[in-house]
Design a protein around this ligand. Structure first.
Ligand code: SF4
Length: 315
């Protein structure tokens, strides 16, 4: 699995002043699970270099060298297009961008008024924009936002689901395999949006008898939109109750009360999700439930990432 990263986050000394901006999470944790590829569109200016800024002029955004005042829009745009194209060739399943940068920033990048220092944080970096054009549904986040356990959990869940979908499509699946894939994502997508799961179900049911290729393309777009949605504590709690429902008949009154209390504690933010899914996984094993064994929701990514061990990972 490959993840793209703004090169400076890897510690590469490619910033304007010849420094890097090594991000501990990217370098120490993610590199265990992903092949990480760095991209630095500003390398076209060499390092060290003058800083640049986004400037609003005549309803357009231009890029200006802060020292010489030269308009460098074309140079950074060409470089950004080049690196965005390279990113598609690299077949990524996610991207982590450097925040605040006029080139890499995903949101809230400063846009200056022409000729003065007044600015508003309302822009998108030139490369970030080009990356979104070539990869409309790629999971993309900024390193700063990944300090929020909720955004981090949602992002990595999306990355793994994105990768699974791409591998699934590359395997040239039949209608039967599509049904299996879709079923395995039932509860993960429920935890984001039941409406999305229903829509995907109607695509798979294929009442209009479309050919397989058309159905897969439609499924792909809508699956990627579904996994882009952020989960929340209430939707996740409902999924836990759904899964618990499979075992109701097999458990004693005390066991049922204990498990329901555990689900409630999760909902109240007293215990993390892993405490509940651990119990549910034990029940799946104990009663050998072949349907639930396939549910990605119960094991969406390597447990060592420990994303579900933090009560703050759900809101
Ligand atoms: S262009 Fe992007 S990768 Fe290069 S130094 Fe700036 S923020 Fe980092």
């Amino acid at each position: 699995m490959k993840i793209g990263v703004s090169s400076c986050l890897l510690g590469t000394m490619c910033r304007y002043d010849g420094s890097g901006a090594k991000d501990k999470f990217v370098v120490d944790e993610l590199s265990t699970y992903f092949e990480i590829i760095g991209y630095c569109p500003e390398e076209v200016f060499g390092t060290p270099r003058d800083t640049i800024r986004l400037v609003e002029a005549d309803d357009n955004i231009k890029v200006v060298n802060n020292v010489t005042k030269e308009d460098v829009t074309k140079r950074i745009l060409d470089s950004s297009i080049h690196f965005a194209k390279k990113a598609t060739q690299d077949k990524l399943c996610g991207f982590i961008l450097k925040s605040k940068s006029p080139t890499c920033g995903m949101e809230r990048v400063k846009i200056y008024q022409d000729g003065n220092n007044m600015n508003e944080k309302k822009g998108v970096g030139i490369f970030a924009k080009e990356l979104r054009k070539v990869y409309p549904y790629l999971p993309i986040e900024e390193e700063g936002r990944l300090n929020d356990p909720w955004l981090k959990e949602n992002f990595l869940m999306q990355v793994f689901a994105y990768n699974n979908l791409m591998n699934f499509l590359e395997s040239k699946p039949s209608f039967k395999i599509l049904v299996e894939f879709h079923t395995s994502y039932k509860y993960l997508i429920y935890a984001k949006s039941q409406a999305s799961y229903k829509l995907l179900g109607s695509i798979v049911a294929n009442h209009d008898k479309k050919d397989l290729e058309e159905v897969l393309e439609e499924y792909k777009i809508n699956f990627l939109k579904a996994i882009e949605e952020k989960g929340n504590i209430n939707k996740t709690y409902n999924v836990l109750l759904h899964i618990f429902g499979y075992f109701k008949k097999n458990l004693s009154k005390e066991e049922k009360e204990d498990i329901l209390e555990t689900c409630e504690d999760y909902k109240k933010g007293i215990i993390p999700l892993i405490a509940v899914t651990k119990i549910l996984n034990m029940l799946v094993k104990r009663f050998d439930d072949s349907y639930l064994k396939t549910q990605v929701f119960l094991n969406p990514y390597p447990k060592e990432l420990a994303l579900r061990s933090d009560v703050r990972a759900y809101k």
